[in-house]
Design a protein around this ligand. Sequence first.
Ligand code: IVH
Length: 722
Amino acid sequence: MGVLDYDALRRKPVEELTREEAAIELERLAKEIAEHDYHYYVENAPVITDAEYDALRRRNEAIEARFPDLIRPDSPSRRVGAPPAEGFRKVRHAVPMLSLKDAFSDEEVYEWDRRVRRFLGLSEDEVIRCTAEPKFDGLSCSLRYEHGALVLAATRGNGYEGEDVTANARTIRDIPQRLHGPDIPEVLEIRGEVYMPISSFMKLNEEQQKKGQKPFANPRNAAAGSLRQLDPKVTAERNLRFYCWGFGEVSSMPAKTQAEFYDYCRRWGVPVSDLIELHDSIPALLDYHARMLERRPDLDFDIDGVVYKVNRFDWQERLGFVQRAPRWAIAHKFPAHRGITVLEDIQIHVGRTGALTPVGILEPVNIGGVIVSRVSLHNEDYIKGIGADGRPIRGGKDIRIGDTVVVERAGDVIPQIVDVILEKRPPDAKPYQFPTRCPVCGSKAVREFNPRTGRLDAVRRCTGGLYCPAQVVERLKHFVSKRAFDIEGLGEKAIEQFFDHKFIRTPADIFTLEEREKKGEICIHCLEGWGEKKIENLFRAINARRRIALDRFIYALGIRHVGEVTSRLLARHYRTIEAFLAAMREIARDRESEAAQEIDSIDGLGPVVVEALHNFFNEEHNWQVINQLLEEVTVEPEEVPAEQSPLAGKTVVFTGRLEHMTRDEAKDLVERLGGHAANSVSRKTDLVVAGPGAGSKLKKAQELGIRIISEEEFLKLVGLDS
Ligand code: IVH
């Protein structure tokens, strides 16, 4: 290629461009337009006129029309929308997207500070500098940049696996297509919140109403609905914005602190809120909380609290995570919004474990911008005014139909009744009689005696089991739900419809729907609302889930006390479905078996889970469900962490004093390296780390011939011996 006159090239008419020249021009235009987007949207300071900007975009489009195969993945034209997708591809996050622990009072913030100090072994007068940030109420999104170019945008999903919304994210002008500035890591995952400004939300709702469509309940739902659009053109029409609050995978992080990271982001062109501050003490953080609460009504975006983060990254790394939240950060929430309304009715919902849950039906009331018409009433004691500890709550007031009640709504949590205004009680209101039979199947509903508390369970359960249609339907709903099999197009309504028509009874039936429909054994297209296209999409969505991760599979079974976290722990421990089921067979036979003890020794699991697994796997019909299911789906083995760590899959016990780290820190390190930290030594223990003062555990380890090392050797083993 000869020497190019770039200046002449940018003026050359599109029709005269050679292919090679077109490619060069497209690259230049992508960069330039991205830069102008940055000036316009991030800095709020455009450097060219709108007409000039439009001319750039038009030239880009004209070149793309002539050479469609040269359209770049970071093309500015993608910002007005790529062709609609058929569904969202699932993506596993390289680094999980976890959540934050909440604090609702000053005291809880002080407690957090004490925990941090204890964990790091810092004295009271050591300064722990923290960022103070708004807690944006939108939906989190992870943006992956490789060599500075946006290659993937993913929603949070269940934290481990989200949805690929790249085409949509490209239409959000706040989100840079490419980064510029210093020290851009080769791989950089920017994490932050996609939100809709309140002003745009109001406008959108006006338009929705004009079009006769349902308005969105709040800006957050509007943002979620707009980002998860199969047609990116719709996303492009909605004014979505983005604020960064963190990062996922980073090949080499140039910053040493959270604040420095934000400074880099600003230079890279990533929007960072200018409401973020740095403070050196808890009182200063609490003052920030008070100031933000005051400013909240004036902001053009929703915040539901503030977040404090330990500024130093080396401390963040040492602090690590507990359950699903970082120890180095805390969300200090704002007080909940409240409203007053009338309780019109109490309905009983039967859940998948047979629990009878009372739901309060309210005269709809606007509470902090959200229309509330239902509240959870928990259980019959709660309605009577008796708390979990058996003592009266709310001053012993019972809740009656017809009562005027104070309702509180905090974030995403189901609204609660916090008070009853007795002065307004209708004279004929009677105490509520909780049913003693299941309202769905008529079986007896009982409160089991709980030997651990010595009291009756607060929850009344239907004894119908799989005889009770409500329980079967709820199990099926759970099975297809987002965090389980996540079958798009098979929502709660569809499950009910298919169940009513006897198309499905067990989870495996879902996977044979297509075959049976084609053979004419069932007739989905005879049902109302099921057109050809919709059925086709449903079958595609079902077939897309014939491979599933082990943790999702376990979670989908809907075993009592086995939620997402427990499912993950189990999957990480057993790695394959075969190993998992083999252990379950043992536990079903004997709740004292070695397999049961093994579960007991996994940090985070205990006798409650063992008991629940025993009960579930002791039922023949549950094995039937699983075996039928396994004929239809493949359960993928849990991946062993890519970098084989020396502790992957190993069970480690610490005993005696540790000199270089706290006990919590040590255990956390083991978990992070793919191992398990257990409290007691057994035949399953692989390694014992013994410090001064070690006693009986050390002795037992010696007896069992388990490898014993010192703290120094342990640090060397995990590569921390600097
Ligand atoms: S930091 C490891 N900072 O709140 C998770 N999160 O409850 C670190 N959020 O999923 C999260 N504003 O979607 C962080 N300034 C902020 C935030 C923020 C909003 C959201 C985010 C996260 C959720 C956690």
